[in-house]
Design a protein around this ligand. Structure first.
Ligand code: OMP
Length: 236
């Protein structure tokens, strides 16, 4: 069985900010209310990889959300380049060829970086999947991709917590389930479509929740982070 994860370490704050200065100010305001930060497109393309290294050196955990997807050779080499940063997680889109290449890059680098396969984005519903050319429902597509991720040896799955119980049945207890699209009750939903509260996510068997705007846009980000951690602790 995997190691137990503390409620605080289950929260991953998405640093979707325009600059590293802005991100560092937010991290300072959050203080010890969070320990795990995600760097995605916006910050990653604006100096975020350097910040990732500084955060790792400072004892934080980092999730590089770069959602790689390209020909196998390019993905494998990209993963090998990123492995030196010291991040805990890196995302790739959950296409079998891409996941095989990422697993190979991870194994060649031997860094302990965990690869997460993004199944179906939480901003998609069944109509969006149909529009993109898929005949399957979102739930079925998530299950197919989770099964492929497990077979290939990917370390974890990104999906909505709405599919977490079904994904857990597919991947078993040893791989991670990481869920964005998390909204505390009453929070603005924005462009997310498959949203779940922090407590419901824990009850569904999720390992980590990813929360961006409900924390980053709050008047008191530390207070919101604390409340989310407390809500998860009571549901575990
Ligand atoms: O891979 C991700 O982290 C991700 C996958 C997904 O399906 N949905 C999703 O929202 N995300 C990311 O999770 C974060 C959610 O942010 P908020 O909607 O502001 O909480 C963003 O940084 C997204 O890029």
């Amino acid at each position: 069985m995997p190691e137990p994860i503390s409620p605080r370490d289950r929260l991953i704050v998405a640093l979707d900010m325009a600059s590293t200065d802005e991100a560092e100010r937010l991290i300072a305001r959050i203080g010890d209310a969070a320990s795990f930060y995600k760097i995605g497109y916006r910050l990653g393309y604006a100096g975020g990889l350097g910040l990732a290294e500084r955060l790792v050196r400072g004892g934080h955990k980092v999730f590089l959300d770069l959602k790689l997807h390209d020909i196998g050779n390019t993905v494998e080499e990209g993963v090998q380049s990123l492995a030196g940063i010291g991040a805990t997680f890196l995302t790739v889109h959950a296409y079998p060829q891409t996941m095989r290449a990422a697993a190979s890059g991870r194994d060649k680098a031997g860094s302990g970086l965990k690869i997460l396969g993004v199944t179906v984005l939480t901003s998609y519903d069944d109509a969006d999947a149909r529009e993109a050319g898929y005949a399957l429902s979102v739930a079925d597509l998530v299950a197919v991709r989770a099964a492929a991720a497990k077979a290939i040896g990917i370390d974890g799955i990104v999906c909505s917590a709405a599919e977490a119980a079904q994904v857990r049945a597919v991947i078993g207890p040893d791989r991670l389930i990481v869920t964005p699209g998390i909204r505390p009750t009453g929070a603005e939903i924005g462009d997310q479509k498959r949203v779940v509260t922090p407590a419901e996510a824990m009850r569904a068997g999720v390992d980590h929740v990813v929360v961006g705007r409900p924390i980053t846009a709050a008047a008191d980000p530390r207070d919101v982070a604390r409340r989310i951690v407390d809500e998860m602790a009571t549901a575990l």
